[in-house]
Design a protein around this ligand. Structure first.
Ligand SMILES: Cc1cc2nc3c(=O)[nH]c(=O)nc-3n(C[C@H](O)[C@H](O)[C@H](O)COP(=O)(O)OP(=O)(O)OC[C@H]3O[C@@H](n4cnc5c(N)ncnc54)[C@H](O)[C@@H]3O)c2cc1C
Length: 475
């Protein structure tokens, strides 16, 4: 019998798992996919929002501002990339600045520090390539960017190092209350738990509705993006939003923590919770709208496009806490944007609610510090030479675009909850994230998966399931 079963190993499920591991107990995370960070957390804008967008008193406002305040310290404790860049919401000539003033007041009510409205002269000093039509902007100095994979993986690794179990390829197909506990069925197993945490992203309504008569409904709201090569890095240094609409925060232009530029997302309600296709129309809209914020964006430098699905619940707010008609069942549902920014706070709050309900005692052996994968590029030339002498694999470049070495990939495969797919390696090390998008390094990565994880080339997949790379030998 587990004390807690968490459904979903995205940012929210993994943050909750890590926070729960501060307590003594048996905890299990069930994940449908073959790795952590396989849902919405892998495809979003990666912004730590300052917190002015959310309606005051809403759960989005509460968890966003809380998450934004703790994120920097957390990134140091768990060793994932974070950069406080600040953000601008820009207003154009043809738009009304009263909306900016409304956002400013809303932000103040939510407790966001340092907000101000700035005029074109100041904007040009901060962003020389700002579009000619921009007249003024809301400046939020506390906004930041992170690596979403880095945060999700760090939470999960640290949770596992503190004793939380993870079961992958374990899609939950049924949850039932049986007396004072829950029976949780997956496609190939069955588990018993005293409590359940539902962190299933776009599927959180399906899981919730298995145990509660108070039904909820989540629509997948797709957002398409284009990612530009690092050569475009100079075009902006802040996250630049346009005025928000009913469907979201609009198309943004932002640097990423790794030195690329990201433009997007669209906002399209779609019937299929798996449909992460990009479309010609969506991407042309991204280009057309981003040009209203920054001029001369080098669209020829686009190296890839992708889409993520927001989990939009009909009520429009996060649903967090114990279900009203099912004690012991805790939801983290409707976690659309600003869910990434809020994940640390949602995880801390949910874990506290669950721990209190079960009267869990403190885990004195909890160690909250995690050391990420060593990146030789961050070392001095002298230290790098010493490292390569001791561990020659750090002198062997596998991914030329991102300069990722065999040493880093070995670490990604062999560490806690290690990578078993090409996407798993990519999200942990950035191998394959560069200009050639893994065109050159795929065979080398497959060799390393064979060497360190014992997977034959015919078993290696891009992202689990039937995403095989080779089908057999021809000679
Ligand atoms: C276009 C877009 C832009 C965004 N931009 C931002 C941003 O800039 N800043 C921000 O703060 N937020 C942003 N968000 C929101 C943020 O990405 C999400 O709120 C957050 O990633 C949600 O995390 P999660 O753990 O709830 O869900 P997920 O990451 O989707 O994790 C849910 C997990 O549950 C698993 N699962 C589902 N069903 C089952 C089942 N039956 N059994 C077992 N496992 C199951 C899935 O496989 C998945 O791994 C954006 C979202 C989108 C789509």
């Amino acid at each position: 019998m587990y004390d807690v079963v968490i459904i979903g190993a995205g940012a929210v499920g993994s943050a909750t798992a890590r926070e729960l591991s501060r307590h003594k107990g048996r905890f299990l995370v069930l994940e449908a996919d073959c790795d952590v960070c396989s849902g919405t957390t892998k495809a979003n804008s990666a912004i730590v929002h300052a917190g002015y967008d959310a309606v005051p008193e809403s759960l989005k406002a509460k968890y966003n501002v809380w998450g934004s305040r703790v994120m920097e310290a957390l990134s140091e404790e768990l060793d994932f990339p974070y950069k406080k860049t600040g953000s601008l919401v820009v207003c154009r000539k043809d738009q009304d600045r009263t909306e900016l003033e409304r956002l400013l007041e809303q932000g103040k009510k939510n407790g966001v520090e340092g907000l101000s409205i700035i005029e074109r002269d100041q904007i040009i000093e901060m962003e020389p390539q700002i579009a000619d039509e921009v007249t003024c902007a809301l400046y939020a100095p506390t906004a930041a960017i992170i690596c979403p994979f880095g945060m999700n993986i760090a939470f999960a690794e640290n949770a596992a190092d503190n004793g939380v179990e993870f079961a992958f390829n374990s899609k939950v197909t049924g949850v039932k209350k049986v007396g004072d506990h829950f029976s949780i069925k997956t496609e190939n197993s069955e588990y018993q738990a005293r409590t359940v945490v539902n962190a299933a992203g776009v599927y959180a309504d399906i899981i919730h509705n298995m145990v509660s008569e108070k039904k909820i409904h989540i629509t997948a709201r797709r957002g398409q993006y284009e990612l530009l090569d690092k050569s475009a890095a100079g075009i902006c240094s802040h996250t630049i939003f346009q005025l928000p609409s009913k469907l979201g925060k609009g198309i943004l232009v932002t640097p990423t923590v790794h030195g690329n530029v990201l433009i997007g997302p669209t906002a399209e309600d779609i019937p299929d919770k798996e449909d992460t296709e990009t479309t010609a129309y969506g991407l042309s809209r991204v280009e057309e709208m981003s040009a209203l914020s920054i001029k001369d964006i080098p669209y020829r430098s686009v190296i890839t496009s992708f889409a993520g699905l927001r989990a939009h619940e009909d009520g429009g707010d996060f649903i967090i806490g114990e279900a009203a008609d099912c004690s012991g069942f805790f939801d983290a549902a409707g976690i659309e944007s600003p869910g990434l920014s809020s994940a640390p706070a949602i995880g801390a709050d949910l874990a506290m609610m669950v721990a209190e309900s079960l009267s869990l005692r403190e885990n004195e052996r909890f160690n909250g510090t995690r050391i990420g994968i060593l990146d030789p590029k961050k070392l001095s030339a002298e230290d790098r030479n010493t490292l390569i002498k001791e561990h020659p694999e750090y002198g062997q470049i596998i991914c030329r675009c991102e300069s990722v070495t065999a040493g880093e990939i070995k670490d990604a495969i062999t560490r806690t909850l290690g990578a078993r797919t090409l996407d798993g390696i990519k999200r942990r090390t950035r191998a394959g994230m560069g200009r050639c998008q893994a065109g050159f390094c795929t065979p080398r990565q497959m060799e390393l998966l064979e060497k360190y994880a014992g997977l034959s080339p015919e078993q290696v997949t891009k992202s689990g399931g039937d995403s095989l790379l080779v089908y057999g030998r021809t000679k």
